[in-house]
Design a protein around this ligand. Structure first.
Ligand SMILES: NC(=O)c1ccc[n+]([C@@H]2O[C@H](COP(=O)([O-])OP(=O)(O)OC[C@H]3O[C@@H](n4cnc5c(N)ncnc54)[C@H](OP(=O)(O)O)[C@@H]3O)[C@@H](O)[C@H]2O)c1
Length: 312
């Protein structure tokens, strides 16, 4: 019999277990690494995990697929995994919808100047600002993958110009698309609200630095729902302090959690959320993994298979 080990939140794992026992009673489901009855390490073909143990391959020498509970796989050390082991990231509708809601909330808050109105409330100041209808915004999204494209669909009903930047060229209805490092400056120059939805790779590490931020128009805002290490945080702080950036909404930081003494916590132009923009939902995520296991067993390509050379 084939075995699967789930390594993650126990409560959500119970929901995964129910879904698996209903649909795949032939697959033995283990919740957690320790004390799981009948766990024979040589029989484990599949692992579902957010943080797999470092000795994963030593423990499970016949592992065929590692399913990440996250859409990003930057925290997984690929160098320790034999090439035959497939790595699959989480592509599922619950997480996608979470991310759409988060980015639409953030963009509309900025478009409607809510940060300034909250500051005015602190000063007991009743003062209408020039209406958002009088201003023309362009929302630029970095990363035109599963999440970036879903976010565009979420933003389409609102009166904003949309642009996107990716590694390879894309053509998306209603979106001005840019591709590659050579197009980055043109993309940033006209972007008022910048949304980061890039995977963390060697090419995107510290991408958002001083030179990058200088390319944005004065008063631009930054929403980071990608990964913290993509940003040089001191350069971001400097840009906010100088007023070159007017606001930042950060769902991810480096490190996480951000130390209590870090100036970003108390910066008047920064909102922070604790890496909650998108989480996998147990039922829909389990369904996607079940379908992927079925595809793997039939020798078909799985949805969300990570390209090890690209790193995402
Ligand atoms: N904050 C949260 O709670 C949360 C939740 C989920 C995910 N995330 C983050 O969101 C990321 C994106 O997820 P996804 O599912 O949309 O990934 P995806 O489908 O793999 O899409 C990645 C996109 O990034 C582009 N890209 C990659 N490297 C690039 C580079 N060097 N320059 C320009 N563009 C580059 C890709 O370009 P091509 O299209 O040309 O390949 C692609 O469009 C994840 O990796 C994760 O870090 C955060």
């Amino acid at each position: 019999m084939n075995h699967l080990v789930y390594i993650g939140h126990q409560g959500r794992g119970q929901q995964w277990r129910e879904e698996f026992s209903r649909q795949r009673p032939d697959l033995v489901f283990h919740l957690g690494l320790e004390g799981s009855e009948g766990l024979e390490s040589h029989d484990v073909r599949y692992v579902v995990a957010w943080q797999p143990p470092k000795d994963l391959i030593d423990r499970f020498p016949n592992l065929e697929v590692l399913f990440s509970l996250g859409a990003g796989v930057d925290h997984i050390d690929l160098s320790r995994m034999p090439p035959a082991v497939k790595l699959v990231r989480m592509v599922e509708p619950g997480l996608r919808q979470d991310m759409v809601e988060y980015v639409v909330w953030a963009v509309l808050s900025l478009k409607r100047q809510i940060p300034t109105y909250l500051q005015q409330q602190n000063q007991i100041l009743w003062k209408a600002l020039e209406g958002p209808q009088a201003l023309r915004y362009r929302v630029g999204v970095m990363g035109l993958g599963v999440l970036g494209q879903a976010v565009f669909r979420g933003l389409q009903p609102f009166d904003v110009d949309l642009a996107g930047w990716s590694r390879t060229p894309h053509s998306l209805k209603g979106v001005k698309c840019y591709a590659g490092p050579e197009a980055l400056a043109d993309f940033l120059r006209d972007t008022h609200i910048l949304v980061n939805l890039l995977p963390l790779t060697s090419a995107t590490h510290h991408l958002v630095n001083q030179a990058f931020l200088e390319l944005l128009p004065a008063g631009a805002v930054f929403i980071n729902a990608g990964r913290g290490p993509q940003v040089v945080q001191q350069d971001l702080l400097d840009a906010l302090d100088r007023g070159h950036l007017s606001h930042a909404i950060l769902d991810v930081t480096d490190p996480e959690p951000l130390p209590a003494s870090h100036p970003l916590w108390r910066h008047p132009s920064v909102w922070i959320t604790p890496h909650v923009a998108g989480h996998s939902h147990p039922n829909s995520a389990a369904q996607v993994v079940l379908e992927n296991i079925g595809r793997h067993e039939m020798g078909l390509p799985m949805a969300g298979l990570v390209d090890r050379v690209r790193g995402y």
